[in-house]
Design a protein around this ligand. Structure first.
Ligand code: ATP
Ligand code: MG
Length: 139
């Protein structure tokens, strides 16, 4: 059964391009409630661990460099069927293939600098949320 929480990051490109406010507005307008949120800057160790599943992929090194290139916003979001609904809201990984009106279509600049992260399963949403937030930081 689908749970009602997902995890997101506003990535360094979108933060640097001034899109934090617009992206949060789109997320809230789509019916997500913010359960936890922080503005932080990943170290290489943090980013390497977060994207460990992609370790064997050719873009892993670049991805870790990119994710540490500037601050990010991390958040836990709540909505019915949150993981699937959020993936719909952000659009395809490659912004040139992301549907009109999706967050990546509007704010991403490339397949790597693609504005936001969204968990791909309930299990990963829980793991990723726990990576960033303690129980005391969720409301
Ligand atoms: P995310 O996990 O960040 O929500 P995603 O699930 O759409 O993105 P993944 O396949 O999990 O896509 O890839 C993780 C991230 O790695 C992508 O968001 C993107 O920043 C980067 N990435 C994926 N494929 C490529 C690629 N071919 N070249 C460069 N970077 C890539
Ligand atoms: Mg992914």
């Amino acid at each position: 059964m689908a749970t009602n929480r997902t995890f997101t990051m506003i990535k360094p490109d979108a933060v640097a391009n001034g899109h934090i406010g617009a992206i949060l507005n789109d997320i809230i307008a789509a019916g997500f409630k913010v359960v936890a949120m922080k503005y932080t800057h990943l170290t290489e160790k943090n980013a390497g661990a977060f994207y460990e599943v992609h370790k064997e992929r050719p873009f892993y090194g670049d991805l870790v460099q990119f994710m540490t290139s500037g601050p990010i916003v991390a958040a836990i979001l709540e909505k019915d069927n949150a993981v699937e609904e959020f993936r719909k809201l952000i659009g395809a990984t490659d912004p040139t293939k992301a549907e009109e009106g999706t967050i990546r279509n509007k704010y991403a600049t490339s397949i790597e600098a693609n504005a936001v992260h969204g968990s791909d399963s309930d299990e990963n949403a829980a793991i990723e949320g726990n990576f960033f937030f303690s129980a005391l930081e969720r409301h």
